[in-house]
Design a binder for this molecule. Structure first.
Ligand code: GUN
Ligand code: ZN
Length: 452
């Protein structure tokens, strides 16, 4: 039995602040304790209580200027799109054709895929993200490479091979039959293996024929518990094209619903330009939307209506949507989410932001019994933040008078510099100081005096 103890400020969310009575949506201790036994949270609370529960000889790490928070959950990201981050000048459909499809073609090479899978997961952990719902390319081998790399790190990850049988370069197209067979093979090998799960992944209605969407629905019917991820209602031209390609469908969502792709294990990326009926159907089926603000602003897609989606009971998580999105950091994602909500006239409070980035994401992925906060019995995926990471952070945090204000400052100013270390199932998997020693980053720590 391995027991570890951590002492630090600790914050985690217990529920959606909009649905919990004031003060009951989170727990925070200035001097907190976290006890982890064999990768599972055993106890959490004020250090003065937790310290009495340590078995004799337990090692304790004390992060004096740190704050422990649950690992972040990224509900929408593309592992093969690192090369296209920051590609200039166009909106969704041209961006796919000019930049994204060429980058994804490189993943036919198994060596390239294996290298990029390692890079991708390292980048997630460096940013404190311990769980993600991930798009792979159309290639089966590239998808195996991603699962293999995640399995090595013991990460909780859901991923799937993209299904595309039209409106893409021939090198990136499968067929309804080959897409079905490859997905079935990947499900058999990886779904429910350790902490991994599979998501059937039709890219979007533009690049899948009606036959392929039907075969995706068949896969879901045959494998209960498998997830479904796709894109929907992101860009006006995309929506017009879907209307032309599926003239009999009442709405964009009904294209997917008709193929059996709408349910409580379905996560739709974006959902910016939804119709009234689509909000209702998504809420009624307890489906999820990933809100991807850095991508939505970068690609000029539009402003997601978070308030309206929440009012319909749709599960919402945050997604970075790398490489339409511009940062792996969930802090930067919260930052842009705040601005999207400002432009909609409904400021996003920091407790809600942290809820979306942790427990809300876990709920969207039906993983909230296992992750999302640090209640006893949950898997010990957590991040230690360095509140003194830079002189500006240190200065601004010192002025913050409440937990909510500290969280807000983090969400606006934060990025990977704030992440001191990341733990997966109680194991240290990333440490900024170690990364500096290893020469993996040129960041200089201790620009300011830090006790983390
Ligand atoms: N719609 C279809 N494919 C994609 C993609 O790769 N990124 C984004 N943002 N939207 C999409
Ligand atoms: Zn996407």
């Amino acid at each position: 039995m391995t027991v570890q103890a951590y002492r630090s400020a600790i914050f985690h969310v217990l529920g959606d602040p909009a649905r919990k009575p004031e003060g009951q949506a989170f727990e925070y201790w200035d001097d907190g304790g976290l006890l982890v036994e064999d990768g599972i949270v055993k106890s959490i609370g004020p250090w003065t209580d937790v310290k009495h529960q340590l078995p004799a000889g337990t090692k304790c790490r004390h992060f004096r200027d740190g704050m422990i928070v649950p690992g972040f959950v990224d509900c929408h990201i593309h592992y093969p799109q690192i090369d296209v981050i920051a590609s200039y000048g166009v909106q969704l459909l041209d961006w796919l054709n000019n930049y994204t499809f060429p980058a994804e073609q490189k993943f036919a090479d198994a060596r390239h895929a294996a290298t990029m899978a390692e890079f991708f997961l390292d980048e997630l952990l460096k940013n404190g993200t311990t769980c993600a719902l991930v798009f792979s390319t159309v290639h089966k081998t590239a998808t195996h490479a991603l699962f293999k790399a995640a399995s090595k790190r013991n990460m909780r990850m859901i991923a799937g091979k993209s299904l595309m049988d039209r409106h893409a370069p021939p090198e990136l197209c499968d067929t309804p039959e080959s897409g079905y067979a490859d997905s079935a093979e990947l499900i058999a090998k990886w779904h429910n293996k350790g902490r991994l799960s599979y998501a059937v992944t039709p890219r979007f209605a533009v690049t899948s024929s009606p036959e392929q969407l039907q075969s995706a629905g068949k896969l879901l019917g045959e494998h209960p518990g498998v997830f479904m991820q796709t894109h929907m209602s992101e860009n006006k031209k995309e929506i017009d094209l879907v209307r032309k390609l599926y003239p009999d469908a009442k709405t964009y969502l009904s294209v997917y619903e008709g193929a059996g792709l709408l349910g409580d294990h379905s996560v739709f990326a974006h959902g910016i330009h939804l119709e009234a009926d689509e909000y209702k159907r998504l809420g009624r089926e307890r489906a999820g939307i990933s809100f991807c603000p850095t991508s939505n602003l970068f690609l000029g897609s539009g402003l997601f209506d978070l308030e309206r989606a929440c009012a319909h009971g749709i599960k919402i998580g945050l997604g970075t949507d790398i490489g339409g999105g511009t940062s792996f950091s969930m802090f930067q994602t919260m930052n842009e989410a705040y601005k999207v909500c400002q432009l909609r006239g409904a400021p996003l409070d920091p407790l809600k932001s942290f809820y979306l980035a942790t427990l809300g994401g876990a709920e969207t992925l039906n993983m909230d019994r296992r992750i999302g906060n640090l209640l006893p019995g949950k898997e010990a995926d957590f991040v230690v933040l360095d509140l003194m990471a830079t002189p500006l952070f240190a200065h601004r945090f010192a002025l913050a008078r409440s937990v909510a204000e500290k969280l807000f400052v983090m969400s606006i100013l934060g990025d990977d510099r704030l992440v001191h270390s990341t733990y997966v199932l109680g194991q240290l998997v990333y440490e900024k100081a170690a990364a500096v020693r290893d020469g993996k980053t040129d960041q200089k720590r201790k620009q300011t005096k830090s006790n983390v």
